[in-house]
Design a protein. Structure first.
Length: 116
């Protein structure tokens, strides 16, 4: 618009603001944001979840260098120290993708054999 100065916002802030406005318009339904790997972090999640609450979810593609961990073990009674943040290392997104592709093709072949 002419004459009006538009304040600078990062892409993350713009995306979060758009999702918040959509959620305000559709106030009774869950909001699912499907994003690429660039948006799949706390930069989008935190501000949107803070404003929208439990109705907000993200489905995002993982970056190939993301490392996945299992949930940490439960604390033992009277255990000293802070809670563990991560459980057992499961591997990178690339490693997990290689394993699931192999398993998926094997399962698909097995189901084809059973159908025939």
């Amino acid at each position: 618009m002419r004459g009006e100065v538009v304040p600078f916002q990062t892409k993350m802030a713009q995306a979060a603001q758009m999702l918040i406005e959509i959620a305000e318009h559709f106030s009774t339904v869950p909001i699912l944001a499907v994003t690429d790997s660039w948006f799949g972090n706390n930069g989008l999640w935190k501000p949107a979840y803070k404003a929208i609450g439990n109705r907000f979810n993200i489905l995002s593609r993982l970056r190939c260098n993301n490392v996945l961990y299992d949930l940490p073990e439960k604390r033992k009674p009277k255990q000293r120290g802070r809670n563990k943040k991560y459980g057992q290392r499961l591997g990178s997104a690339t490693d997990m993708g290689k394993n699931s592709t192999t398993r998926g093709s094997v399962l698909q072949r097995e189901s084809l054999w059973k159908a025939a």
